[in-house]
Write a protein that binds this ligand. Structure first.
Ligand code: UDP
Length: 242
C-alpha cells in the first residue's frame, strides 16, 4: 500500500486506509484467517485476493438488485474502494439451514432445513466474545433505533433471497451468512464489511450423495484442508456465471 494512505483500522481479516476523498476508504483484504474469536490463526496465500474479488462481485449483484452497499469499485485484486461508513456494532446472521453455533446452543439437529430463515443477532464485541443479543438489549444499549433495526432485518431477508437464488444457479447451497451494516455520510443504512466464504457457509450441490462439501471457512475451522482450492472454486463459478 502506498505510504500516503493512513491506516485507520486493522481487523482480523482486513485493513482500512484513508482515501484522498474523506467520504471514502480503501479496504485491503489480508491473507490471515482466524476462528473461534482468534484462538485459532493461520495464513493462506491468496485468500485476501479471492475474498476481495468474490465480495466485489456479490456487492455488484446486490447493487443491481437495489441493495445499498458501501462498495464503490475494486482498486486492485485485494483492495477495494468503499464509502466510509460508521459500522453498527451488530453481527446479523441469517440461517437457512441449522449448522454451527445454532446446533451447539440448542437441540436443533445439524443440517435441519429451516422452514423460514432464522435471524440471530450478535453484539460485535471481541472482549465479550460476540454474544447473542436480544432486541430489548439492543434498545437498552441504544445501539440502534428499533425502526433502523427493522430496516436492517428487512435488508438481510432481501439479501438472502438474492444470494440464495444466485448461489443455487452456481450449484451452491447458501446455508448461513453474517452481515454488518453501517451509516453513510447521509445517515443512510448501507451494507458494509464483506460477503465471502469467510462469512458464509457455502455447500457444494454438485455431489452425488448427501456428503457435505464445504467451500468456505469451515475448511479452516474444522481442519479439512483445501481452503484456497475451495475459495478459488467459488470465485471460478461466480465468474463463469456472470
Ligand atoms: N460468522 C462470521 N463471523 C463470526 C461468526 C460467524 O462471519 O464472528 C458467520 C459464519 O461464517 C457462518 C455464520 O456466520 O457463515 C453463522 O456462524 P455460527 O453462528 O454458526 O458460528 P460458528 O459455528 O462459525 O462459530
Amino acid at each position: 500500500m502506498n505510504k500516503k494512505y493512513e491506516l485507520i483500522y486493522e481487523g482480523k481479516a482486513k485493513k482500512v486506509f484513508s482515501h484522498d476523498d474523506p467520504d471514502k476508504v480503501i479496504i485491503e483484504f489480508k491473507d490471515d484467517a482466524t476462528a473461534f474469536n482468534a484462538l485459532k490463526k493461520d495464513k493462506f496465500e491468496g485468500k485476501g485476493k479471492l475474498n476481495c474479488l468474490i465480495s466485489a462481485r456479490i456487492f455488484e449483484l446486490l447493487k443491481n438488485n437495489n441493495i445499498p452497499t458501501h462498495f464503490i469499485k475494486l482498486k486492485n485484486e485485494n483492495t477495494m474502494i468503499s464509502q466510509k461508513i460508521k459500522i453498527i456494532p451488530l453481527e446479523i446472521v441469517l440461517r437457512n439451514k441449522a449448522y454451527g453455533s445454532l446446533c451447539k446452543q440448542t437441540t436443533i439437529e445439524s443440517g435441519t432445513d429451516l422452514t423460514k430463515p432464522l435471524i440471530d443477532i450478535y453484539l460485535k464485541n471481541d472482549e465479550l466474545n460476540d454474544p447473542l443479543i436480544t432486541k430489548d438489549r439492543i434498545e437498552l444499549m441504544n445501539i440502534i433505533s428499533s425502526k433502523d433495526l427493522e430496516l436492517v432485518i428487512d435488508l438481510t431477508l432481501k439479501i438472502n433471497g438474492i444470494l440464495k437464488s444466485f448461489f443455487r444457479n452456481i450449484q451452491i447451497q447458501l446455508v448461513d451468512f453474517k452481515l454488518e451494516f453501517g451509516y453513510d455520510d447521509k445517515n443512510k443504512i448501507v451494507l458494509g464489511d464483506e460477503i465471502s466464504p469467510d462469512n458464509c457457509r457455502l455447500w457444494d450441490l454438485n455431489q452425488k450423495n448427501d456428503t457435505i462439501v464445504s467451500l468456505d471457512k469451515d475448511r479452516f475451522r474444522n481442519d479439512l484442508g483445501g481452503l484456497i482450492e475451495a475459495y478459488s472454486e467459488i470465485n471460478r463459478r461466480i465468474n463463469d456465471f456472470i
